[in-house]
Design a protein around this ligand. Sequence first.
Ligand code: AMP
Ligand code: ZN
Ligand code: ZN
Length: 425
Amino acid sequence: MKAGPTVALRSNKPRRQRSQPFRLRTSAYLLALALLPGCGGSSPEAQHLLLVSIDGFRWDYLQRAHTPHLDSLAAAGVRAEALIGAFPTKTYPNHYTLATGLYPENHGIVANTMFDPVLNDTFRLADRHTVRDGQWYGGEPIWVTAEKYGVKSASLFWPGTEAVIKGRRPTYWQPYDHELAPAEVVGQALTWLDLPPAQRPNFISLYFHLVDDAGHRHPDSAWVQAAVERIDSTLGLLFAGLAARGLAASTNIIITSDHGMTGVDTNRIIFLDDYVDPALLGVIDWAPALALRPATEFQDAVYSGLKGAHPQLHIYRRDEVPARYHYTSHYRIPPIIGITDLGWQVTTRARFRANPDGFTGGAHGYDPAYPDMQAIFIASGPGFKRGLLTPPLENIHLYELMCRLLGVPPAPNDGSLERVSLLLR
Ligand code: AMP
Ligand code: ZN
Ligand code: ZN
């Protein structure tokens, strides 16, 4: 593995008791925020916040491509050596963690593909019916917090923004469109910023998938370099558009990502049918976070058949998952979990034969402590210090940070403003 930021497998501060109400009175909180320098306050004329996700942007991609716009944003603001995501390092769980400050076990988006035994339904990214169903989404995402306090929000796109959560959606949102070109995403953001102040959103989330697509081809490839450079140029259009509108000085921008990427190949595959009858497994999700929901009568056989069977596959019952993964408490986490070492994939021989090429390229979902799974964090604007480089930061803290920038009181979450306050001016 290449040299990277070394990250201890550390746990965070003890979690705030989620059943306790947020203690500060809202009005006192808003007044205190309004008096703080660098904070938005709750008026619609206050500073804007743009939250930009470049899916699958590994922390070190910045050094592998020509990124003048990202570099100048970092020079004018703050950059973390890496952003550490939550387990599993997949798109939906981590975008929703970024938005809520909650670990997946506390917000309920525990995987890209998951089964809910109460709803008796399976959530899949390609299934618009589930993606838009608010019943899947726990916690309070930043756009809901913003709207609750009268701060208008807009999204193009963000996991969860198509669903009604706690009775709200962003004021402006659109169904996820994988074909929309990056320049069109930026164009829509600028169009929203052209609205009269009373209608203009103060919080906008943007999302780009191209770097993730390229990384799945292979993280160490010219495709990644080209995708990173294309997104960097697109961000240049965004920054120029803000400047042309006189909004550059009043806009905070956070550029981040959900996870990194690692190279995978057919030499590191674990075939489950070498150890257990695949008909018994009840697979909900495959590699690298294996989610198994066997029929109750087969659970012991599956567990004992797989436990210790392969040195790179770590099998746990839900209540045995090591605490540092924060992956136990939610009832959607299946009874048996398998977690592979970096670069290892799990399948059956029949699945492999059906699509051998699908096991070569790039993958993510592994333990967030691996540097390859870590993402970027760059932020700049009137709320942020200038020219600061910080050690790796955990993504659970961004919700608190965004609430502070928008001047709204945060809902209960797993993050801590203290951990990010050093970034703020
Ligand atoms: P992953 O492999 O976990 O990084 O998933 C990336 C994929 O998630 C993207 O290529 C998109 O197809 C999908 N995706 C991202 N955002 C959304 C969204 N808001 N709604 C539906 N699918 C999405
Ligand atoms: Zn992703
Ligand atoms: Zn991906």
